[in-house]
Write a protein that binds this ligand. Structure first.
Ligand SMILES: Nc1ncnc2c1ncn2[C@@H]1O[C@H](COP(=O)(O)OP(=O)(O)OP(=O)(O)O)[C@@H](O)[C@H]1O
Ligand SMILES: [Mg+2]
Length: 324
């Protein structure tokens, strides 16, 4: 495997007594799209803010590789993000959960303003703004005041502002929150396009099934730790080698059915929305038992389906385990 561009080592962060990150280790590689997954309050924003050096951890360090900068192109020299904030700003682009553009500036003026903040030359500002207006489908809204943009356009403008200095790494904290599925899809397509230009992308989102198709790797934060990190396929294998049998019956006394089932070859059962979910790596064996049980319990089968687990299933099963 190539050398990482970021090495997160033993990072811990607490707010008052509340430990949000506990001894986090993570390597991030050049050119990848990595998704940070976690329930609300799990610490995704805290992690991203620490990664960029906005928040200081109580313990640990985050090192970034200097080969992003021309002078160090072929080197393997690392520096702490907390010690080299001026270099970090050249390397990172960050679109936070809260928009950072100015309402009373137009789309184009916002981009120009961010260009000034990044000390870009007049020529660079002009050409980068033009490129981003095209890339982010904002050309027609160039002269629209930011406060009059639609939700999807706002999000695109925010990402465009973070890209004005052409950073090697783009960090997006929930870039699709509050957007409808079509607009989310549009953002993901743009993210893919940006990544194809060579930008490493680190993002957080609740839309796991969408991340599954987008990310090279995902890291799951739970109970202040990184519970798992890997390709979506690997994560699914790690947490769910099984198939999920979903069934509905009439009259639907699922508690009784669960009690009657032999539980052989069943790794997990849950009742949700008047539906029975059974996880098993041998669904064909379990089905026989289910049918016998339904007959014995005088339950009529009204719906049955067998599916492979999605990343959403993994997410639900991980967080439901906590609540049990
Ligand atoms: N500055 C702060 N002071 C005190 N507590 C904080 C601060 N920032 C975050 N927290 C707490 O740390 C925990 C993690 O918050 P964080 O915003 O990182 O979660 P998140 O995973 O990004 O959640 P969401 O999906 O809702 O955005 C929460 O319990 C939050 O209340
Ligand atoms: Mg957050």
């Amino acid at each position: 495997m190539q050398e990482p561009v970021f090495k997160v080592r033993g990072v811990s962060k607490a707010f008052n007594e509340h430990v949000v990150l506990d001894n986090i280790d993570l390597d991030i590689y050049s050119g990848e799209i990595i998704g940070i997954i976690g329930a609300s309050g799990a610490g995704k924003t805290t992690f991203l803010n620490t990664l960029i050096g906005f928040l200081r951890p109580d313990k640990g360090d985050i090192q970034f590789r200097l080969n992003h900068l021309l002078a160090y192109k072929n080197s393997y020299i690392y520096r702490s993000v907390f010690k080299k904030q001026s270099l970090v700003k050249q390397v990172y682009g960050f679109a936070s959960q809260v928009p950072s553009f100015y309402d009373d500036l137009t789309t184009k003026e916002n981009l120009e303003y961010f260009g000034l903040l990044y000390n870009l030359s007049r020529d660079a500002i002009k050409s980068n703004a033009e490129t981003l207006l095209n890339l982010m489908d904002l050309k027609d809204a160039s002269n629209t005041l930011a406060k009059n943009l639609s939700g999807g356009m706002e999000r695109r403008l925010d990402i465009a502002c973070a890209l004005m200095h052409d950073p090697d790494v783009l960090i997006l904290d929930e870039p699709t929150a509050d957007l409808d599925p079509m607009l989310r899809n549009h953002i993901w397509q743009l993210v893919r396009k940006i990544n194809q230009k060579g930008t490493t992308i680190i993002l957080s989102s609740h839309h796991l099934s969408e991340l599954e198709a987008l990310c090279n790797r995902v890291a799951i934060i739970k109970d202040s730790k990184i519970l798992a990190v890997g390709k979506p396929e690997e994560i699914k294998k790690q947490f769910m080698v099984e198939k999920e049998i979903i069934l509905q019956t009439n009259p639907g006394d699922y508690k009784k059915i669960v009690k009657e089932l032999s539980k052989k070859d069943i790794s997990r059962i849950r009742i949700s929305n008047h539906t029975l979910h059974i996880h098993s790596s041998k669904p064909e064996h379990v089905m026989l038992d289910v049918m016998t049980t339904l007959k014995k319990s005088k339950e009529d089968l009204t719906f049955i389906n067998v599916t492979s687990a999605s990343l959403d299933d993994v997410f639900i099963s991980i967080w439901e385990d906590k609540e049990e």
